[in-house]
Design a protein around this ligand. Structure first.
Ligand code: NAD
Ligand code: UDP
Ligand code: UDP
Length: 322
């Protein structure tokens, strides 16, 4: 271990984003403890790190206390897609709220700096476009998405109260739609759905007419933003939006995926889900100013390795790191 190397806990480290973060932190020479209950993550996502002397993997549910000695905590544990977080909504709220309390308690005891993976969903069905961090959001407290949205909002509240009450060094990132290798193939999200459908020459399921827009951030860009935020001066607490402001229609995404895979799939049109936002786009002025961060990977460039990952998955070689 070098003098600059730290002991870093990543909760949810065997998930999509967490596994890329662990990889980056290990490569930078840090000692990484990856904690995960494997609800949506998989050992295979970090299998290539298991032999590394600086990497340790632990099965643990963050709703239970955890006593370890660390310098930094990235709190990512939480299912992220509606299919997964609505499977056991009570557990989802417990993961966000009890998980935050336990990780904040751990940070308080060890004086570790702690970062929360929050979400653009704290803005709910926004009435402001694009969303700046000052916007307080428009969230239904009792709907089927509330376990995720309100759980994440409460976690933010806990972070800021531990900061004010106990002087903890906190960092809150509000993450917008992110994609890349190791996304869960059955998470029901648009990028994974479209790529899987294209690879299997099934119809591409557009909900509505496909004119709604989204912004997609490649996972490497997001991980860079998370690390920059963690390493930023102590007075930068966030919340800070991290996402790619480039806006694409869902139909445009479908066409790009078909072109990139050379698929014979055709477009099919189904009903638009209730409360489906017509537009979602981050305002990243704060991240640009405070972290000097902005995404560098255009959609076309990020789709290639993502498609490559799903191709290996379909071919049955899922254990290959993405
Ligand atoms: P993911 O589902 O791949 O990763 C979450 C990980 O947390 C999984 O490995 C899962 O097994 C683990 N986990 C869940 N409950 C746990 C518990 N109680 N104890 C321990 N581990 C638990 O999702 P992801 O896309 O990698 O998301 C990572 C974080 O980023 C989440 O907190 C998510 O809310 C946030 N986020 C992601 C996106 C995105 O577009 N991917 C957008 C906004 C926010
Ligand atoms: N906690 C933990 N690891 C630690 C310290 C605390 O998991 O190293 C948990 C513990 O379960 C506690 C929670 O974090 O309930 C909140 O800790 P805090 O010190 O804020 O509260 P208290 O212990 O006073 O309830
Ligand atoms: N979507 C779609 N077909 C799919 C999955 C999603 O047209 O197979 C649309 C969905 O209605 C939404 C957009 O793609 O307008 C993004 O959906 P996703 O669930 O990925 O993310 P979110 O709505 O949370 O931004």
């Amino acid at each position: 271990m070098s003098l600059t190397s730290k002991r870093i806990l990543v909760t949810g480290g065997a998930g999509f984003v967490g596994s890329h973060l662990c990889e980056r932190l290990v490569a930078a020479g840090h000692e990484v403890l990856c904690v995960d209950n494997y609800f949506t993550g998989r050992r295979a996502n970090v299998a290539h790190l298991l032999d590394h002397a600086n990497f340790e993997l632990m099965r643990h549910d963050v709703t239970f206390p955890l006593y370890v000695e660390v310098d930094q905590i990235y709190n990512l544990a939480c299912p992220a897609s509606p299919i997964h977080y609505q499977f056991d909504p009570v557990q989802t709220t417990k993961t966000s709220v009890h998980g935050a309390i336990n990780m904040l308690g751990l940070a308080k005891r060890t004086r570790a700096r702690i970062l929360q993976a929050s979400t653009s969903e704290v803005y709910g069905d926004p009435t402001q476009h694009p969303q700046t961090e000052e916007y307080w959001g428009n969230v239904n407290p009792i709907g089927p998405r509330s376990c995720y949205d309100e759980g994440k909002r409460c976690a933010e509240t806990l972070f800021f109260d531990y900061h004010r009450q106990h002087g903890l060094e906190i960092k809150v990132a509000r993450i917008f739609n992110t994609y890349g290798p190791r996304m869960h193939p059955k998470d029901g999200r648009v990028v994974s759905n479209f790529i899987m459908q294209a690879l299997e020459d099934r119809p591409i399921t557009l909900y509505g007419d496909g004119s709604q827009t989204r912004s997609f951030c490649y996972v490497d860009d997001l991980v860079e933003g998370l690390i920059r935020l963690m390493e930023s001066p102590a007075d930068i607490t966030g919340p800070i939006n991290l996402g790619n402001p480039g806006e694409f229609t869902i139909r445009g995404l479908a066409e790009q995926v078909i072109a990139a895979t050379g698929s014979a799939s055709e477009l099919s049109f189904g009903p638009l889900p209730e409360n489906d936002p017509q537009q979602r786009q981050p305002d990243i002025a704060r991240a640009r100013a405070l972290l000097g961060w902005e995404p560098t990977v255009p959609l076309e460039e990020g789709l290639a390795p993502t498609i490559g990952y799903f191709e290996r998955l379909v071919a049955g070689a899922a254990n290959a790191p993405g």
